[in-house]
Design a protein around this ligand. Structure first.
Ligand code: 6PG
Length: 472
């Protein structure tokens, strides 16, 4: 009986598209799903001439695969992954590889790696970004885990992933659950950029009073230059989409309450846990939470009536500055996410190659942008850069955009336009680039009321002072 090269469990849109992509690249593939309908229909979407089969049971699926088996899971993160593992593990043989391609929490992946290793099986966490189309035509793929197991699937991953300048948007992301971790941070950055774009949109419609047609033109222009990116591109297209039910544009009919599946929150939690400052990502997560208070926001808006937003004197200049502000705040969001990866790599001994991370984010994924090309150059020069803001070339870009970022932030503040993301990016930049912060005072306060001690600037050692405690 013919044995198949790869197996995919979970034939939802993402799983099915990934399977077809693998098959299009010359590998025979078998698919399984608990939903029999999805198994039956699998064949219909396959490219003629490719080798694709749907299997009726997990037993059939496992026995259809060549050894060592290479099984990709594309099921929702959490319990479904454990449920699949529980039923499949008894059917597997030593050295088989199970690759989780969902947005799993990295600590779950660590647990599963240990569990499968105790049974002489490999478990790998692999981030996949690019949505449904990406899965089908070329995603960015972030695998991590056992290096030997990775090498067995590497040629396939390089074929199915997106390409930039002939280079595949996939690379080994490091040990253990590094693949899931890198994908989690990717999503954190995704949250930040989406927040910033939405704030730029708000400034343009409320400040420059642009119509949706004009917004389309602005984003179109932005996407043609240094701001070229997937998220700017789809935003441009969103401003073109007419509504089926009314005369206007669809975007104007969508309720302003943002959903979230949790990867952004995990990124923020992680940064707090290991002590990394990523305020723009934190703000993006919390802004989605705040957006859900729709009823309260309506009441508060009636209680605190805002003054009319001033119209900038020079609209052209205002639009340009909002663009520059968005560009720099986006750059700062990447900087925060990448700094988190640097610390996590040390903390969890992942050995994440930062240069490869930015290389494979240049194409296929949701946060792809031409800016990443500059980061790639920076990390090629110095793979151990602790923060991208410290690179000289990047610093030149930053310096050229700080003024517009300040002007945009101050326009938003003085006109009461919510701009948590823009303010936080600027605030992070100002704090990060300040040699003397006022936290000496915090240390004094801590020592005053709690004898928490402090260090001095002129001598080594730990000090405590008997402050004047009459007030306590
Ligand atoms: C990707 C996306 C993908 C998904 C997010 C959305 O890289 O392809 O990030 O993973 O769209 O889960 O997350 P929220 O639902 O939390 O916005």
């Amino acid at each position: 009986m013919e044995k198949y090269n790869y197996g995919v469990i979970g034939l939802g849109v993402m799983g099915r598209n990934l399977l077809y992509n693998i098959a299009d690249n010359g590998f025979s593939t078998a698919g399984f799903d608990l939903d029999e309908e999805k198994v039956r229909e699998l064949h219909n979407g396959a490219t003629p001439g490719t080798s694709v089969t749907g299997t009726a049971s997990l037993e059939d699926f496992v026995s259809a695969l060549e050894s060592p088996r290479k099984i990709i899971l594309m099921v929702p993160a959490g319990k479904p992954v454990d449920a699949v593992l529980e039923s499949i593990i008894p059917l597997l043989s030593p050295k088989d590889i199970v690759i989780d391609a969902g947005n799993s929490y990295f600590k779950d992946t660590e647990r599963r790696i240990a569990d499968l290793a105790s049974k002489n099986l490999h478990f790998m966490g692999m981030g996949v970004s690019g949505g449904e189309q990406g899965a089908r035509r070329g995603p960015s793929i972030m695998p991590g885990g056992d290096l030997e197991a990775f090498k067995l699937i590497q040629p396939m991953l390089e074929l199915i992933s997106a390409k930039v300048n002939g280079e595949a948007c996939t690379a080994y992301m490091g040990k253990g659950s590094a693949g899931n971790y890198v994908k989690m941070v990717h999503n954190g950055i995704e949250y930040a950029i989406m927040q910033l774009i939405s704030e730029a949109y708000d400034l343009l419609r409320k400040g420059a009073k642009l119509s949706t047609d004009q917004l389309y033109e602005v984003f179109k222009k932005w996407n043609e230059g240094e701001m070229n990116s997937f998220l700017i591109e789809i935003t441009r297209d969103i401003f073109k989409q007419k509504d089926d039910l009314t005369d206007g544009f669809l975007v104007d009919q969508i309720l302003d309450r943002a959903g979230a599946k949790g990867t952004g929150k995990w990124t923020s939690e992680q940064a707090m846990e290991i002590g990394v400052s990523i305020p723009t990502i934190d703000i993006a997560v919390t802004s989605r939470i705040l957006s859900a208070y729709k009823d309260e926001r309506i009441k508060a808006s009636q209680l605190y009536i805002k003054e009319e937003v001033a119209t900038p004197e020079n609209i052209e200049l205002f639009i340009k500055e909002v663009g520059d502000a968005l560009y720099l705040a986006t750059l700062i969001s990447y900087a925060q996410g990448l700094a988190l990866l640097v610390k996590a790599s040390e903390e969890y001994k992942f050995d994440i190659p930062l240069k490869d991370v930015v290389k494979i984010w240049r194409g296929g994924c949701i946060i792809r942008s031409v800016l990443l090309e500059k980061f790639y150059t920076a990390y090629t020069e110095n793979p151990n850069l602790s923060n991208i803001l410290l690179n000289r070339e990047i610093s030149e870009i930053v310096k050229s955009k700080v003024k517009p970022l300040r002007n945009t932030a101050s326009f938003a503040v003085s006109n009461g336009i919510p701009s948590l993301g823009i303010q936080s990016a600027l605030g992070y930049f100002d704090a990060y680039s300040t040699d003397t912060l006022p936290v000496n005072l915090i240390q004094a306060q801590r020592d005053y009321f709690g004898a928490h001690t402090y260090q001095r600037i002129d001598q080594e050692g730990i000090f405590h002072t008997l402050w004047n405690t009459e007030n306590i």
